[in-house]
Ligand binder design. Sequence first.
Ligand code: C2O
Ligand code: CU
Ligand code: CU
Length: 477
Amino acid sequence: MKRRHFVKLSAGSVVLPMVLQNCMFHDRDGNVGIVDTGFDMPLPLPEEAGASLDLSPGSQRTSILEGKTTSTFAYRSNILGPTIRAFRGEMLTASVQNALSEPTNVHWHGLKVPANMDGNPVDIVKAGESFQYSFPIDQRAGTHWYHPHPHGATARQVHNGLAGILIINDDEELALGLPAGDFEVPLVIQDKRLKAGKLVYDPSMMETMTGYFGQTITVNGVASPFHEAQGRWYRLRILNGSTARVYNLALSPNLGMKIIGSDGGLLGAPEDVNEVLLGPGERLDVLVDFSAEPVGSEVYLESKKFNGGSSQGAESFKIMKFIIGASTGDTFQPPGSLSVIDKIPENQATKVRNFEINRMGMMGSGAMHTFNGKSYKRGRVDETVKAGVTEIWEFDNAGDEIHPIHIHAVQFQILSRTGGRNGIIPSEKGWKDTVLILPKEKVRLIMTFPDTPGEFVFHCHNLEHEDDGMMLNFEIV
Ligand code: C2O
Ligand code: CU
Ligand code: CU
């Protein structure tokens, strides 16, 4: 650790060194204090795999920090897993031979798949056992991801390395001629808690409430990396694979970016932003233009301060560095329009469901993280939805915590957000499967459910909250 931590106690401003207050890793605002490591490790690019692949998880070792080796979990890699690239219409076939010493499974976050292939928490692959996931890819192009979903262990397994990006391509998207190959870069952003170079996942009761925050920000599995870029347009596919940390992404110095897609694929048209919030589980597809940057200059992807309630947003920090090389005379021009997002009319909805997040007065039940006072129970059907219908789901967050809410089996549209930010942000204008709900916000989502029956879950993608039970079952009948 390059920075020393001190804790201010409110009574009489006594100052104690961190070592004496081991349980108080956070300052008063719940910030752990980001430590960057100098941006001297190159950005690794995960191996690419096609739609038919081996995706066996196991224990591995890698260097997250330079010169230090740590034990990790990974899918046939040192950390994380391959970037899977599949074309719409292909079958995805993934063999999972569980070489971990604990149960796991694979959930295809963002994909519309049959219930028995969805990595539901009840469908587990035990240590030493295997399972073959197999389903057709039948949805538009987009940036998705895969990760384990064993109830109570999801956060630790993801924190320790199990996650990867899954890209779907289709003809509509290919026709746009967006930057590809070396100029299309997947970025998996995760914060990690490291002690003496080792990954540590041991949330306290307080961290189960706020989320487990790491001091080390990794991209594609290494701390504070750099990437040598050319002076031209790039496409960055960004995944927030952190358990709880929200990033307010920006490019310094003030480069701006064009958002072209979010969770469910391309937006209707590019959206120019200088900063954008990205919650756990969410993805962003952005175009950035390095062509006007001087050769040798440095551009940082950073997270700016934001109003995130009591637990997040008080700190700004750098995530990774781009070192800009010579201009390539690239002639790419961002398209003015990308796709067509057909709005689902509100009057198509046959039902409105309301979910109150962490309703007051339920603390006595012992459950801290709930929807309408309920927390996860294996096998209990909490909501029954008719196959193929359109519904509106409202989530009301009256509390002080941040909740990125994720629904399996669907891509939804956000009708409104009231309270808090009071509106929809540019990255929310397309299809989404995860929506960030800040304190005092209420969001209304509209979605059409699949035609095929089956059991799925919806949950908070703050993985500490999820493992603590902030997840319910819904059954499509
Ligand atoms: Cu990304 Cu149910 O999860
Ligand atoms: Cu999911
Ligand atoms: Cu939550």
